[in-house]
Design a protein. Structure first.
Length: 139
């Protein structure tokens, strides 16, 4: 599996691959994503490809949010399926980080905070793929 990475201005957008995020995938995701987020202050996690997340997957997202907040940053999560959003609602994930329907909404929320005295810029900004990070490859 490969993490999709994009940069929009100073925001890192990470697309989490795969349909499920259980104990095994969570460990692999943690090893791949922590070093990336260690250098960031603004990140968006796009979960649009995930249908199932267990408690270990939730733990990775909580740890990511904590890591960014400790360094004065912030994490936004977007693109959840109905099932994943229901789980996030149940565990009150919205109290830990903001949840959005789309990547563009999450990106724009960063811009609104930065430019609270000016109108937000268009959400149709071009994106540049930074790279893909492979994780969970087994030999």
């Amino acid at each position: 599996m490969k993490l999709g990475l994009e940069r929009v201005d100073d925001i890192l957008v990470v697309t989490v691959p795969g349909r499920t995020l259980d104990l095994v995938q969570s460990s692999e995701l943690k090893r791949a994503i922590y070093p990336l987020l260690a250098e960031e202050t603004k990140a968006v996690l796009d979960l649009s490809k995930l249908d199932f997340i267990d408690s270990s997957g939730l733990g990775v997202f909580v740890a990511c949010a904590k890591m960014l907040k400790e360094d004065g940053g912030d994490l936004k999560i977007c693109g959840m399926t109905k099932q994943v959003r229901s789980l996030f609602k149940l565990v009150k994930m919205h109290a830990i980080c903001e949840l959005f329907d789309t990547t563009n909404e999450a990106i724009e929320s960063f811009k609104r905070v930065e430019n609270s005295d000016r109108p937000a810029r268009s959400a149709t900004r071009p994106r540049t793929t930074v790279r893909e990070v492979e994780f969970g490859k087994r030999d």
